[in-house]
Ligand binder design. Structure first.
Ligand code: 1GP
Length: 253
């Protein structure tokens, strides 16, 4: 079973997943990354996402290598552009930024990346990427030159996701942007959840176990945590506990 099939199966079983986002630019010491890798393995983290809207160092492949050498947790590339491709990862989110109207991020970068990806064994996960306004301009909004969907335009977000699913995208990623002041509201997650059947990934500003639980309860199939763990890696224990708790109760039903 590949990653997207396993996400669909988990969704059908009512089970949730957790992913840790590693921004290669923010890995200052290999020992910090090792600490997170160990915590991830002890706390049954499902995936590592690797990437960033702006990667200025050559660390991306080093990060992928370090994870792959230490654990069997799948590594999924979460690329900010077509330069962030590494064949030693397991999969790549082939992101179409459907909340925006920048043709480069709807199809342009994809044309450049497609022949490169074709020569790898990476599993390609066609993903609708939707930025939701989080109160201030995030790096991803600035770099992508797109306007995020206003955080109270539930129906706009739902119809965007619906159109993405109709176009054949196999997962949807609702993102408030890394380090967002405000995480995506439960109402926004629930509106999008109701509109689509594909797995729903939610991230941006999830920095407490309460926020993580709220996102799961509202309908996220996978939550992504980055920034908060850079500051406080042990927070993962609490958040992973919430996911575990959820999955235990789903298994009991
Ligand atoms: C950003 O969804 C990810 O693209 C994770 O966000 O770094 O705020 O956890 P944080």
């Amino acid at each position: 079973m590949n990653i997207i099939q396993s996400l669909r199966a988990r969704r059908e079983a009512g089970k949730k997943s957790i992913a840790i986002l590693i921004d290669p630019d923010k890995v200052e010491e290999p020992s910090h990354l090792n600490q997170l890798i160990n915590l991830a393995s002890e706390n049954c983290v499902d995936f590592f996402f690797v990437g960033g809207s702006l990667v200025t160092t050559i660390n991306l492949s080093e990060v992928v290598k370090q994870i792959k050498q230490n654990v069997t947790i799948p590594v999924i590339l979460f690329p900010g552009n077509s330069m962030q491709i590494d064949s030693s990862a397991d999969a790549i989110l082939f992101l179409s930024l459907i909340s925006g109207r920048n043709p480069e991020l709807l199809i342009g970068q994809h044309v450049i990346a497609a022949p490169v990806i074709r020569n790898t064994k990476l599993e390609v996960i066609p993903t609708g990427y939707m930025l939701i306004n989080s109160g201030r301009t995030t790096s991803v909004a600035y770099i992508s030159n797109t306007m995020p969907i206003p955080d109270d335009k539930y129906s706009l977000a739902a119809c965007t996701a619906m159109a993405g699913e109709m176009l054949g995208l196999q997962a949807m990623y609702l993102d408030a942007g890394s380090g967002a002041e405000k995480e995506i509201s439960a109402r926004m997650i629930a509106s999008v959840r109701k509109a689509i059947n594909v797995p729903l990934i939610v991230g941006g500003g999830i920095n407490t176990s309460q926020k993580a639980f709220k996102a799961l309860e509202a309908g996220a199939d996978m939550i992504v945590i980055g920034n908060a763990l850079e500051k406080e890696p042990e927070l993962l224990i609490e958040i992973a506990d919430k996911v575990y708790e959820w999955n235990q109760s789903a298994a009991g039903q």
